[in-house]
Design a binder for this molecule. Structure first.
Ligand SMILES: [Zn+2]
Length: 157
């Protein structure tokens, strides 16, 4: 499962539509004050339809990534079926949101995961946007004209 930044294929859309969350001194998130950017990554393996996003989380006050959060918007049953070799617990992990095993994490990662679960993914409009980005990204990977899709998006505005 190779993952790649949405920004690599759609830089202009990514710049407009990448979500960031500002943590203020009044916030009880346990995170340092600052802005947290959730850069979307998707799988770019041809023929795959894993329906998950990886958020590479950047903080405004540091250079390095602070967490990688994995999340899938489908049901646990979907991931159980898709990932044939695992059990229900594995499928739950695929659904997430979870800190991605194998990605570098920091002392902020756990609080960032909470922020993703409690704020980012509670935003229904944002979740729909992520799914749309996934569709665009997969069309590009599969080589089906994404320009057609972009034209449609433009009309919708
Ligand atoms: Zn995949």
């Amino acid at each position: 499962m190779p993952f790649r930044l949405f920004h690599d294929y759609f830089p202009a859309v990514a710049e407009r539509e990448t979500r960031s969350i500002t943590v203020t001194p009044q916030s009880d998130s346990g995170l340092p004050v600052g802005s947290y950017g959730f850069l979307e990554m998707f799988c770019d393996e041809p023929g795959c339809d894993c329906r998950r996003v990886f958020f590479l989380v950047m903080a405004s006050f540091r250079r390095e990534e602070q967490a990688v959060v994995a999340w899938g918007w489908e049901s646990v049953a979907f991931y159980a079926k898709w990932y044939k070799y695992g059990d229900r617990e594995d499928a739950k992990l695929l659904q997430g949101p979870v800190l991605n095993m194998g990605s570098p994490q920091t002392e902020l990662s756990d609080a960032i995961l909470d922020l993703a679960r409690d704020v980012l993914l509670k935003d229904v409009a944002y979740v729909e946007r992520v799914k749309e980005h996934y569709r665009m990204f997969r069309e590009r990977v599969e080589g089906r004209g994404s320009h057609r899709f972009l034209k449609k998006r433009r009309r919708l505005r």
